[in-house]
Design a protein around this ligand. Structure first.
Ligand code: NOJ
Length: 881
């Protein structure tokens, strides 16, 4: 094996001194947050292992961890340093006991930074399918690819951001601006991924709703998302709860703070909400370089530091690893906490069956070459084979294409312009119609908007193995097609009346680590207007042609007012972010091989100011901590628009088809909700027991003759330092300044808890609605989306949104005249509110007032009302929206 150098990193050396000064006192006093927003202390971290569904894995983990030395335990709880291995995150190992380095890999839409993988449609596209089975099938394919590449942990799905702010940079990684749509899509993804033995990661806990000012740095804390308890539970936590209920193995904390306390060390969020109320049994990792305190974060419930470094990486410094070893020896971090951290990680590994035949990583995120540096961040690194070019694509292009196709959302189709006959004369405008001429992967991390927009930018991307672009697919179908690959309207010959213009426009966004065309991750420069003067391109095409179709590749909503009502703009298709399968999926819709069946995963307003300032605008620079206060409470997206009575241009859930459907419903009561709160939870089961005595210093000694790689993060201490720390620990002379409310006594847990996701009675099905969906058209087959929205009773002591999505089902293809019956379920949780005083989910109809479950095909197309008191449904009544 040869040895190479990675001198570029040396340029950063001057920062080393600065780095060590900054971290001498890492926990800074919190900035003030507005009154009423609290991150109450919650200690200790509940031990993992108290649920029957994890008992076997915990028993095995207990046996393995009991054999680990102190340094082995601290080794597996932290990464070995950024760029110190094949994956974006690489933990330490306990190889003596057969526990490997774990490979943690982006992204939510495909195995990142490597070859021979599928670049799946993004989360927002998947959400727009409103199809549970496709969400699951995409998860299965993702899981197979991560496993095939030897990645233990899939760093997805993303449900935070939830999409509160239309300008937010990473909304497209998630599934839409509604807690239930996000929750269902995340849970289906997790099931699909984890059934392949890959640990999924639900991220980012929580309220990472804008990109700018998200990160703590030595000069400024990350912004604080200030959320009240009810809003947290009913909106932002909902997808996390469903993900945990689906058995997700890991959780990633967010960069920002919540109510003034950084998410990576927020004991209320991690110990209280996540590990106690939601019964999370897996492990919690920090987002990359967001680990800002050693002892504090351990006590607050963090289990894994990623990628292991301090905030300023590449100097071989960590707040854990050797420091965590020291903190246990000197008594600051109770061994009990470290045992729980290690056991949670090992239990998740067993729970997913990774102890049996799990392949090691066969790729490198750092280079596409066969051979490369094994530890690129080291000054001197051995060189060896790092890429085996394993092809994991199988036939996953099929599910990728199906998702891309079924997500395409027809917003408008005047005079039934679509579908087109292949004999039409077609002019195509816009650079988005064809693949980036420099190649689909020309921009690293897809941090440019050139050619067809298949995904946003940042860490949430994958390399395209190829790119099926729209123009190629359109030309394959139709004979008379001309492309004007320009975003400035060109000079064109005078068109005939029935010529068709297809105009491609885009809007991009991504992670704050890159700025693209002035947008700092969030769409702070472009706002909600199409990029590259797309609005003008549409207007000019509309002035020339009588039949204009607009195709939009976008990360989220856009303001369409500059052209949506122009008479020649007859059809508008939102194709979202299709990934590699952008072409055929679109051509199938344009030429009528399939009817569009996507529905909007967010509302499109007429003006950005139709939403309240707290949601419509990004928080700008502030001296000290930027405060992002959720003053709108529960009222985001359609919840807000309905509350204030503002009609959107296109509502959440909207999506046309080439055919029409009717929805007839009946309602049945399944479980009677006799009490306002769920039946009391069961007591916690037993958890692993370990000795809690401070281990001997020798467990931290660096093995004699070990060949240390400079800047690689180890968990050993020099013998003298280990001895000194141990002496302090056993003498009990060093007293760590524990936070207010600190305790080491395990508790029974809150009433709202009891199983993964919360009290299992919350998922008692209260009502079942059978919806018979019929294709009433005569010409086109199509798939329909049946959506159920709950309207709470009038006169209850809680303010509730007018309607809230609670379940949905997509039909298979229905031929004209054909019908099918789907079942929508309404659970106890669906008809509850989070009562902040009771600290539980409460059904507010103790006097028997009725809930109405509205059935329809969009949040503003609610055709049938089903009543929970009379158990009847009626069609033709006026809906409240
Ligand atoms: C930061 C991103 O926020 C997170 O989503 C990603 O998984 C990590 N970086 C690793 O790249």
């Amino acid at each position: 094996m040869a040895v190479g150098t990675s001198l570029p990193w040396l340029g950063l050396l001057t920062l080393a001194v600065f780095d060590s000064v900054c971290y001498a006192n890492a926990v800074l006093p919190r900035d003030a947050v507005p009154d009423g927003y609290v991150a109450a202390p919650y200690y200790p971290t509940p031990h993992g292992g108290w649920l029957a569904s994890w008992t076997d894995s915990y028993a095995k983990a207990e046996a393995l961890v009991a054999k680990m030395t102190l340094a082995e335990k601290t080794n597996i709880t932290g990464g070995v340093g950024i760029y110190m291995g094949p994956c974006v995150g690489n933990t330490g190992s306990a190889l003596r006991l057969g526990f490997p380095q774990m490979c943690l890999q982006d992204s939510a839409l495909g195995v990142a930074s490597t070859d021979n993988v599928t670049a799946f449609p993004a989360g927002i596209t998947t959400g727009a399918t409103w199809d549970k089975s496709l969400m699951y099938a995409r998860g299965v394919a993702l899981g197979q690819e991560f496993r095939g590449k030897g990645a233990h942990v899939y760093l997805g799905p993303t449900v935070g951001p939830l999409g509160r702010k239309p300008l937010g940079g990473r909304n497209w990684e998630g599934f839409g601006s509604d807690p239930v749509l996000q929750a269902v899509a995340a849970a289906e993804t997790i099931k699909g991924v984890q059934q392949q033995g890959v640990i999924a990661t639900i991220k980012h806990l929580i309220a990472n709703e804008q990109e700018m000012y998200r990160m703590y740095n030595p000069f400024q804390p990350g912004y604080s998302s200030n959320i009240d308890d009810r809003t947290l539970h009913e909106v932002y936590l909902w997808p996390f709860a469903e993900s945990i209920r689906a058995g997700v193995g890991s959780v990633m904390t967010a960069y920002n703070a919540v109510n003034g306390s950084a998410c990576s060390q927020n004991s209320y969020l991690i110990n209280g909400i996540l590990k106690d109320e939601l019964g999370f049994q897996g492990f919690v990792m920090s987002d990359w370089l967001s680990h800002i305190s050693g002892v504090g974060s351990a006590l607050a419930g963090l289990d894994m530091s990623m990628p292991g470094d301090t905030q300023i990486p590449l100097f071989g410094q960590s707040l854990w690893k050797y420091e965590l070893t020291r903190s246990v020896l000197n008594g600051s971090v109770p061994l009990d906490r470290l045992n729980d951290m290690a056991t949670r990680i090992v239990a998740a590994w067993y729970q997913l069956g990774q102890d049996k035949n799990y392949p090691p990583p066969n790729f490198s995120s750092n280079t596409h070459d066969r051979n490369g540096l094994l530890y690129p961040a080291a000054v001197l690194s051995p060189i060896g084979q790092v890429n085996w070019f394993v092809n994991v694509q199988a036939d996953h292009y099929k599910v990728a294409r199906e998702v891309a196709q079924d997500a395409i959302t027809l917003l408008k189709n005047d005079a039934s312009l679509l579908p087109l006959s292949t004999s039409r004369s077609i002019k195509v405008f816009g650079t988005d119609a064809q693949v980036n001429p420099d190649g689909p992967n020309a921009c690293g991390n897809r941090a440019c908007n050139k050619g067809t927009l298949g995904m946003g930018w940042g860490s949430g991307v994958a390399d395209y193995p190829y790119f099926d672009d729209p123009i190629t697919a359109i030309k394959k179908r139709a004979g008379d097609v001309k492309l004007y690959a320009t975003d400035t309207f060109p000079s064109v010959p005078t068109p005939n009346d029935d010529d068709v213009a297809i105009v491609f426009i885009t809007s991009d966004a991504g992670e704050n680590s890159f700025t693209v065309e002035g947008n700092h991750g969030d769409r702070d420069a472009s706002k909600l207007s199409a990029w590259h003067n797309g609005d003008t391109l549409v207007q000019k095409a509309a002035a020339k042609y009588k039949n204009v179709i607009v195709v939009v590749h976008t990360v989220g909503p856009l303001i369409l007012e500059p052209w949506i009502d122009l008479p020649s703009v007859k059809s508008v298709l939102f194709a979202h972010l299709p990934g590699q399968e952008a072409g055929e999926s679109l051509a199938n819709i344009i030429f009528g091989d399939a009817s569009p069946s996507g529905h909007l995963p967010y509302s499109i307003t007429k003006k950005s100011t139709d939403l309240p300032d707290s949601v419509a605008n990004l928080r700008g620079f502030a001296i000290g901590q930027v405060q992002d206060t959720y003053s709108e409470g529960l009222y985001i997206d359609y919840r807000y628009l309905n509350k204030v009575g503002t009609a959107p241009r296109f509502a959440f859930g909207h999506g046309l088809s080439y055919t029409n459907f009717t929805y007839d419903a009946t309602i049945a009561s399944v479980t009677k909700l006799t009490e306002p709160t769920p039946t009391p939870r069961a007591a916690k089961g037993p958890t692993p027991q370990f000795s809690t005595a401070i281990p001997p210093a020798s467990e931290a000694y660096i093995p004699k003759g070990f060949n240390v790689i400079w800047r690689y993060l180890y968990s050993w201490l020099p013998n003298g330092e280990a001895d000194a720390a141990y002496a302090v620990g056993v003498a009990g002379t060093k007293k760590y300044d524990y936070p207010a409310g600190y305790s080491t006594t395990q508790t029974a847990g809150p009433a709202a808890g009891g199983d993964q996701g919360g009290n299992p009675a919350l998922w008692d099905v209260a009502y079942e609605i059978s919806v018979t969906v019929k294709n009433t058209g005569s010409k086109f087959p199509g798939k329909a989306s049946a959506q159920a929205y709950v309207q709470f009773p009038d006169g209850i002591p809680y303010d509730t949104p007018v309607v809230q999505l609670r379940d949905f089902e997509k039909t298979a293809v229905l031929n004209p005249g054909e019908s099918v019956t789907v079942t929508l379920k309404i659970t106890r949780k669906d008809v509850s509110v989070w009562d902040t005083r009771v600290q539980n989910w409460v059904v507010p109809n103790s006097d028997g007032r009725r809930f109405t479950v509205w059935i329809g095909e969009a949040s503003d197309k609610l055709f049938t009302a089903c009543y929970t008191d009379s158990l009847t449904c009626e069609t033709g009544v006026k809906s409240p929206v």
